[in-house]
Ligand binder design. Structure first.
Ligand SMILES: [Zn+2]
Length: 199
């Protein structure tokens, strides 16, 4: 495995958000902040520092990076499960199935996405990976809008696999704001994966 930690740098782009935004500088009313905070805690299960940040923003919006064009979008917290689209390229930001990321876009997508991210490091020749694939897909569907399920081919993206020191596959890692929180290796059921995703 290539131990190089280098990742390609991507040009910064900023798309216009698809959702209407409240006036600049407007603080949400305390009751709205509380509602958004409670919703985030219960529905998404976000850790409180993220929820605090999100609830201070007008409209309680989460940052989500488009997996197709890597543009940062803001999605109202209550609408993460309603198929929000990228303001720049129109791709669905939080689909009901796992998305494939590579060394080229992994860092930017996971670092800028404020929902929990679950990464499956796999390879096409790995039997246990193939066994877990349908469970991983079902978990992505069940956790739609609450967590982003990502697949990384450890052969095709050696820098990302090396960064996470992946020694066996499948290895599944949960990230919050780009930082690893928890991991396991081996096959798990869809229900277990959903529980793992939501902490
Ligand atoms: Zn896009």
């Amino acid at each position: 495995m290539n131990p190089s930690p280098a990742t390609a740098s991507l040009e910064e782009t900023h798309g216009r958000p698809k959702f209407p935004q409240p006036p600049r500088g407007a603080e949400p009313a305390p009751s709205e902040r509380l509602r958004a905070h409670e919703w985030l805690a219960k529905a998404i299960g976000l850790a409180s520092p993220v929820a605090d940040d999100v609830c201070r923003r007008p409209g309680g919006a989460l940052n989500v990076v488009c997996p197709q064009c890597t543009t940062k979008n803001r999605v109202p917290a209550q609408r993460t499960a309603q198929d929000p689209h990228c303001g720049k390229c129109g791709a669905i930001l939080l689909p009901a199935e796992p998305i494939d990321l590579s060394d080229l876009n992994f860092e930017r997508v996971i670092a800028g996405t404020e929902l929990p991210v679950v990464v499956d490091f796999h390879a096409h020749w790995c039997g246990p990976c193939r066994t877990m694939a349908p469970h991983f897909a079902r978990a992505a569907e069940q956790a739609k809008g609450r967590a982003l399920f990502v697949k990384v081919d450890s052969d095709a993206s050696p820098a990302t696999a090396a960064r996470f020191a992946v020694r066996s596959i499948p290895t599944v890692v949960r990230l919050e704001r780009g930082a690893e929180v928890e991991r396991f290796s081996g096959v798990r059921s869809a229900a277990d994966l959903v529980r793992f995703a939501l902490g």
